[in-house]
Design a protein around this ligand. Structure first.
Ligand code: FAD
Length: 414
C-alpha cells in the first residue's frame, strides 16, 4: 500500500520548505497534502536572498524555477576583496557548466509567492490564517489544534513552521538561542547611483576588513538594482530591545557608519551616509541547537527547514537546505513500504540529512568567523589565508559537495 492510498499529510507552514514539500509530493508522487499557514494570503515578508544551485535544483524539479529566474539576478562568480580594494579571490557561487545552474539573488517573498501560486494551481489545499498551537499523537493519527479553536486530524504532520516552531515545541523540549550575530540590510539601490569607484568593481562583491564585512549584490534581472548587507557579531538582548533597535533607524545607520564610514572603498562609505536610513532592516539571527531527532517518538510528526535546523544565513544556505529537506522527504515518504514501516525510512532520511547539515553549518560558522572584526594583525592573517585558499582551491572553492547536491540521491539509500 502506498502513502497516497492510505494516509493523509498535514504541512504546518506555507513559507519555503512547506510549499516545496507539498509540490514535490504532488508532482513527483501524486500525493495531495494540506498546508496550514499562520499568515494571510499575500504576505511579503523577508529580504533578498541568494539561492545557490542546490536550492535552484529543487525549484526546477518542482516547476517554479523558470518563473523565478526572470525575477532575480543570476550570477556565477563573486569577487572577494579587502577594505583597501585589493583582490583576494573569486568564487563560483553557481555554474551552469558545473552545476547546471547559476546562483539566483531574489526576494524571499517572490519565491514564496511563486511556490504558493503553484500550490494553488496544483489543487493542493492551503488554509491561511491558521496558527497551530498544539498536537496530540495517537497510534495512527495526529490531532492538530489551532488558535481559533478548530482541530484537524492527519496520519502525518510535517512541521515547516520556521525557527520558532510550535510543531517542534509540541514534540520535544528545545530552546532557540541568539547566535551572537545580526545582519543589517538595505535594498533597492540603483546601481548607477553608487559612487564612481564602484564602476571598476565586479559585482557581486564581498568585502572583508578589520571592522567587519559588507556585501554588494545586484538583485534584479538586469542587475540595475543592488542591495548591500553586513552580518556582524552583536551582543544579545531581549525581544523588546531587538524591536527597539530595529525601529531606531538612526542607530542602525550609525552602526554602519562607525564600521564602514571611513577607510573602506568610497562606494561603500558613501552608502552608509547616503542610503535612506528608513530603508535599513535589522535581523538578529536565532539558531536551533543540533537536534538528536527531527521526528517525534512515533515518527508521525516530522520537522523540516528552519524548524529542524535554523542557523545564521552566513553561507546563504538556510532556504537551500530547507528545499533539500522537502524534496528528499517527499521521495522518502513515497517509498513502497513507508506506510507499514515509516520509522525505518524516516531514520535513513534523518541520518542522511543530519550528516549534511553538520557540514553546511560548519561552512556557515567559518564564514561568520571570517566576517567578524579583528585586530589589524589578525585581519592581515585572515586576508592572506583567504587569498591562499582561493589560490589553492580555485574558484570552485572545494564546494562541489555543497552546490552539487541532488535530493534524489536519497533514493540510493533505500
Ligand atoms: C536576513 C536573512 C538573509 C537570508 N539569506 C539567505 C540566503 O541568502 N540564502 C538562503 O538560502 N537562505 C537565506 N536566509 C534563510 C531563509 O530565509 C530561511 O532559512 C528560510 O526562509 C526557511 O524556510 P522555512 O520554510 O523553513 O521557514 P520560513 O520561511 O520561516 O516559513 C515558515 C512559515 O511557517 C509559518 N508559521 C509559523 N508558525 C506557524 C504556526 N504556529 N502555524 C502555522 N504556520 C506557522 C510562517 O508564517 C511562515 O510562513 C536568510 C534569512 C535571513 C533572516
Amino acid at each position: 500500500m502506498t502513502l497516497s492510498e492510505a494516509s493523509s499529510i498535514a504541512i504546518v507552514g506555507g513559507g519555503i520548505a512547506g510549499p516545496a514539500l507539498a509540490l514535490s509530493l504532488k508532482k513527483h508522487h501524486g500525493i495531495v497534502s494540506t498546508i496550514y499557514e499562520l499568515r494571510p494570503e499575500g504576505d511579503d515578508r523577508g529580504v533578498n536572498i541568494a539561492l545557490a544551485p542546490n536550492a535552484v535544483r529543487v525549484l526546477q524539479h518542482i516547476g517554479v524555477y523558470d518563473e523565478l529566474r526572470v525575477q532575480g539576478y543570476s550570477y556565477e562568480e563573486l569577487l572577494v576583496t579587502n577594505a583597501k580594494s585589493q583582490y583576494l579571490g573569486k568564487i563560483w557561487q553557481g555554474s551552469k557548466k558545473r552545476y547546471n545552474y547559476a546562483c539566483l539573488r531574489i526576494h524571499r517573498a517572490t519565491v514564496q509567492k511563486a511556490l504558493l501560486r503553484e500550490v494553488k494551481a496544483q489543487g493542493i489545499p492551503i488554509v491561511y490564517g491558521k496558527q497551530l498551537i498544539g498536537l496530540h499523537e495517537g497510534e495512527h493519527t495526529v490531532e492538530l489544534r489551532f488558535s481559533d479553536g478548530t482541530k484537524a486530524t492527519s496520519n502525518f504532520v510535517v512541521g515547516a513552521d520556521g525557527v520558532h516552531s510550535n510543531v517542534r515545541d509540541a514534540i520535544m523540549t528545545t530552546k532557540t538561542d541568539y547566535s551572537g550575530f545580526m545582519g543589517i540590510i538595505g535594498m533597492n539601490l540603483q546601481r548607477d547611483s553608487l559612487h564612481e569607484s564602484a564602476k571598476s568593481v565586479m559585482l557581486p562583491n564581498f568585502v572583508f576588513g578589520k571592522t567587519g564585512f559588507v556585501a554588494i549584490m545586484p538583485s534584479d534581472y538586469h542587475g540595475t538594482e543592488v542591495d548591500f548587507f553586513s552580518t556582524m557579531p552583536y551582543p544579545a538582548r531581549s525581544r523588546e530591545e531587538w524591536e527597539e533597535l530595529s525601529s531606531d533607524k538612526s542607530k542602525l545607520q550609525n552602526i554602519l557608519q562607525q564600521r564602514f564610514g571611513k577607510e573602506w572603498p568610497q562606494f561603500i562609505s558613501n552608502i552608509t551616509k547616503e542610503y535612506s536610513k528608513e530603508g535599513l532592516g535589522l535581523y538578529p539571527f536565532f539558531e536551533v541547537p543540533p537536534l538528536d531527532r527531527w521526528t517525534s517518538v512515533s515518527g508521525r510528526v516530522i520537522l523540516i527547514g528552519d524548524s529542524a535546523h535554523a542557523f545564521t544565513p552566513q553561507a546563504g544556505q538556510g532556504a537551500a537546505v530547507g528545499l533539500e529537506d522537502a524534496e528528499s522527504l517527499s521521495h522518502t515518504m513515497s517509498r513502497e513500504g513507508f506506510v507499514s514501516d515509516h520509522m525505518h525510512f524516516l531514520k535513513i532520511w534523518e541520518r542522511h540529512r543530519q550528516a549534511r547539515l553538520v557540514q553546511v553549518k560548519h561552512v556557515t560558522d567559518i564564514n561568520g568567523r571570517l566576517r567578524s572584526p579583528d585586530s589589524p594583525f589578525v585581519q592581515y592573517l585572515k586576508e592572506w589565508l583567504m587569498w591562499g585558499n582561493f589560490k589553492w582551491a580555485g574558484p570552485m572553492g572545494n564546494l562541489e559537495w555543497l552546490f552539487g547536491y541532488s535530493a534524489e540521491d536519497i533514493l540510493s539509500l533505500f
